[in-house]
Design a binder for this molecule. Structure first.
Ligand code: BG6
Length: 485
């Protein structure tokens, strides 16, 4: 248990305080930090919900969820932590509730965490504004999805900016809080050896895969109105893409990193009529086998309407129009009910310009794999000579760095880091307004064409690596997805 840093005094108000995100992620993360000793004495947490609950009822809910979701739980620690918690009922449309809501005005950072559906962001932020709950030290935290297209994203952003300035708004993309995602920065900007070859001069193509083995579970209602493109590509995969493709920022501070990410987003080549069919694949899962059990097709999941025509898998081939990346295809792929839960980036280098070995010695092109999940680490494939007294055969062998061999990984949830950064006022891992809007603009270029053109909805068996059309997208160019079998 290292990393203890005393935090400035904060009062955290969690709207959606009895909900799933609060109970599964936020409160366990806060509990851990409390145990580590980082809370100041005056810091407090208020769970806010629409139900009339007694203090005791609320504490029971939180206690139950900590017992389930925190491996640090003990009755003794809970007793101490529970002193930090209170409950407040606020029905958004009830003015009396708002009048009674007086965020404490001691010298604390007031943080309003909206762990609620985005459709409520606008009304809550405007109530906070009109009931004068906001001061210059206040912060607001919002979760994805910020909109469902450029227009709705702008509307949410505009409504947040009525009461909060941009440096008070924290838009969460939980992938940015992942240790292995941040390691991309360490790898790229802490090691000179990669920089010279990190461009179209040496790189043939890049693959980014975020595959999930689970289906939509109990989120059919939400997911069916969203789909994989908006649920995963618009945020998590695009953020990873930005970290891989951006120019070196001046420093790791919030604005430098976000300025560089924005340049990548602005350089994304929009899809058009000429390439939407060849460079995009959408599909949904059919029945199959997961964990040796038969699982149902997406259209048979609860909350799913076949007429919505929602994709659970997307593969894209895209280009970044700038000097560094001109001509280098980036292949992005994400889906539910795939073979394994895997998130990784594969950088395939070009072939050597001239083979000095015998004509039948196969020289493999180098491959760098950055693993985000599971087994966070880095794997670089190199050609080596196969030991023998005659001949000169090359073999591809790995230089494999497993972070687990050096650190105890996986104790800190990404929400813990993100909450700490909100409290400390560090916005580097949060998505800025212009980034969100630029990424929606690009996503809109895909959805518009998907809706207007005859782009097929393919199928893939649950438990597979996706539809054959996704394989074909690469094989047409003599490339293939590097799958973890
Ligand atoms: C969320 C998506 O943002 O990310 C989910 O809404 C998805 O559909 C989840 O399952 C994946 O996150 P992780 O951290 O489990 O890879």
């Amino acid at each position: 248990m290292s990393d203890v840093e005393k935090l400035n005094t904060f009062n955290l108000y969690i709207f959606g305080g009895t909900g799933d995100l609060a109970n599964r992620k936020l409160l366990p993360a806060l509990f851990r930090q409390f145990i580590l000793g980082s809370f100041s004495d005056q810091s407090n947490i208020t769970g806010i919900g629409t139900k009339e609950l007694s203090e005791e009822d609320y504490l029971n809910i939180v206690q139950n969820s900590l017992q389930k979701h925190s491996d640090l739980y003990s009755d003794e620690l809970w007793q101490k932590f529970s002193n930090k918690l209170t409950y407040k009922k606020i029905d958004i449309n009830n003015d009396e509730d708002w009048k009674n809501f007086e965020p404490q005005s001691i010298d604390a950072v007031k943080i309003f965490y909206l762990a609620i559906p985005p459709s409520l962001y606008e009304s809550i932020s405007s109530k906070l504004h009109s009931y004068q709950c906001i001061d210059e030290k206040s912060r607001i935290v919002v979760e994805k999805p910020i909109g469902s297209d450029l227009e709705t994203a702008k509307k949410i952003n505009d409504s947040l900016s009525i009461g909060f300035s941009e440096n008070q708004i924290y838009r969460i993309d939980h992938y940015l809080g992942k240790e292995a995602v941040q390691n991309l920065l360490a790898l790229r900007f802490g090691n000179i050896i990669f920089e010279q070859s990190w461009s179209n001069r040496a790189i043939d193509h890049v693959q980014i895969t975020v595959a999930e083995d689970l289906g939509v579970e109990d989120r059919g209602n939400y997911y069916d109105k969203t789909g994989a493109l908006k649920d995963m590509i618009q945020n998590h995969l695009i953020q990873i893409l930005c970290l891989i493709a951006m120019e070196p920022p001046v420093s790791i501070n919030s604005e430098s990193v976000r300025d560089e990410k924005l340049k990548v987003l602005k350089s994304l080549a929009p899809f058009d009529l000429n390439n939407i069919k060849t460079n995009s694949v959408r599909a949904r899962y059919s029945e199959g086998v997961y964990n040796k059990e038969a699982v149902k097709a997406y259209i048979d999941e609860d909350g799913v309407e076949e007429t919505n025509n929602t994709e659970t898998f997307v593969a894209l081939k895209l280009f970044i129009n700038n000097w560094r990346w001109s001509g280098v295809p980036f292949f992005l792929r994400t889906g539910k009910r795939m073979k394994k839960k895997v998130s990784e980036i594969v950088v395939r280098y070009k072939n050597i310009p001239h083979n000095i070995f015998s004509s039948d010695a196969k020289v493999h092109s180098n491959q760098l794999v950055l693993r985000i999940h599971p087994d966070e680490g880095v794997d670089l494939k190199l050609n080596t000579k196969e030991p023998s007294v005659s001949g000169f055969n090359l073999e591809e062998l790995p230089l494999d760095l497993n972070l687990q061999d050096y650190y105890e990984m996986g104790h800190q949830d990404c929400y813990e880091r993100l909450l700490l950064d909100v409290i400390k006022g560090n916005q580097a891992l949060f998505v800025r307004k212009d980034e969100i809007e630029a990424s929606w603009e690009w996503i809109d270029s895909i959805t518009k064409l998907w809706n207007s053109e005859d782009i097929p909805m393919d199928e893939y068996s649950s438990g597979s690596w996706g539809p054959s059309s996704s394989e074909l997208m690469l094989s047409k160019e003599n490339k293939k997805w590097i799958d973890k079998n």
